[in-house]
Design a protein around this ligand. Sequence first.
Ligand code: HXC
Length: 511
Amino acid sequence: MKHILDKLQERRDSAQLGGGKKRIDAQHGRGKLTARERIELLLDHGSFEEFDMFVQHRCTDFGMDEGEKISGDGVVTGWGTVNGRPIFVFAKDFTVFGGSLSETHAQKITKLQDMALKNRSPIIGLFDAGGARIQEGVAALGGYGEVFQRNVLASGVIPQISVIMGPCAGGDVYSPAMTDFIFMVRDTSYMFVTGPDVVKTVTNEIVTAEELGGASVHTTKSSIADKAYDNDVEALLQMRRLLDFLPSSNSDELPEWPSFDDSERIDHSLDTLIPDNPNKPYDIKELILKVVDESDFFEIQETHAKNIVVGFGRIEGRTVGFVANQPMVLAGVLDIDASKKAARFVRFCDCFNIPIVTFVDVPGFLPGTAQEYGGLIKHGAKLLFAYAEATVPKVTLITRKAFGGAYDVMASKHLRGDVNYAWPTAQIAVMGAKGAVEIIFRSEIGDPQKIAQRTKSYEDRFLSPFVAAERGYIDEVIMPSATRKRIARALALLRHKQLENPWKKHDNIPL
Ligand code: HXC
């Protein structure tokens, strides 16, 4: 018996070495952890149960049948827990053929995807891999197809998260692209469909991996990545934090964590958050941090489209998705990037029954040829569409400006906002006073005194929350200091909200 047990241990030890000590050292030398070290950090200590440790590739081309085969075939798969909740995880092992995907490697991943979907638990992929295994040709491409198909079927049913932790190409960027969130590690991870060498051959363009697909590119320009971290350890610990915000599936309850923060807490500093001058900015994140439990806010896409802020917080221990115009950047205007960013977030929240709290301070949509040529109409409509189709509890607070179409878009009463509040500083109108007076009193523009008079009467009549409140578009004008309490009570009221859209195969959101 001892001999049999020793043999098993021997095979396990060998499989755990992946591509061997030299490659593991090289991995560490690049500042990266190995696949197994990453899983250890992600999951609760000792909770990892591995599957398919002994799977080997079956390729015989290009000398692949010569020499000893490596058990595990470049990906470590299994499940464990994060703060006690089950999570499925796969981690690409760059030390084995650069983590590239073979037919059997794909089967390990698809087995895990099927189990995650069947068991309604989140799946997280740790990517550090060069795409399809070139030696396997169409068998590898077919393998990716199977992975992609499952990504799509699981979308909106279980949370799917991708963490890019090394150079990733081909299918190892397309599969993440179909998941809910993508995170990267600064300076060690890259994402591109084709790497710098292929780019040079095809287009003659000389570009470094960082310039082509580093974290700085994907968290700012392309918006492919939702956030970047300084190293593997930080990234994995932050994934634990994120998972704590997410329900396990679209049919599961929101996770509920103990909160020591009084939901009735009054914050008098909010009474002076809005500056006297309506054109002066203030930081909307201050409001978010003062409203959520223990000031714990997990921001998504922090460095892209900063004119809108989105992310997760908790109120009374339960997850809430926050969407807020940011007056500090471009006066909080809605442009193409902000609309797309917020629309995707709203849809994620709606998929997973996460209530949405919206803070509105928006001067409108950004005018100009760059925006119009870029398709602002279509992209702005994404956010409008996303809010309008969402059936989760929607609580909205207008802090200051809510002008024009942006008033409608930002979870207004007309888009089935459940509880719509305004601060006394709110200004709800078709546009600001200057623009409005210049249009409706154009004939008086030469008379500054008359214009000043007209401006004043426009401001008095329209730049307040009361015209909307008189019509019931605003349920109540609230004291800023009581914001957390009012939102907490509204969310408690809406906890068992039931609302269904008409049956359809799926909608046709403007893509
Ligand atoms: C087989 C691969 C491989 C691959 C890397 N390796 N990619 N083996 N198939 N796709 C192997 C290398 O031969 C090397 O083996 C080891 O992994 C490490 O690779 P290096 O090139 O030394 O590492 P690095 O310099 O860090 O570069 C990493 C890389 C680069 C940027 C990922 O390897 C690369 O560009 N690989 C090819 C990427 C690619 O074009 N893949 C196909 C995409 S098509 P040794 O033995 O020397 O250690 C695709 C289709 C999917 O995925 C469908 C999409 C819709």
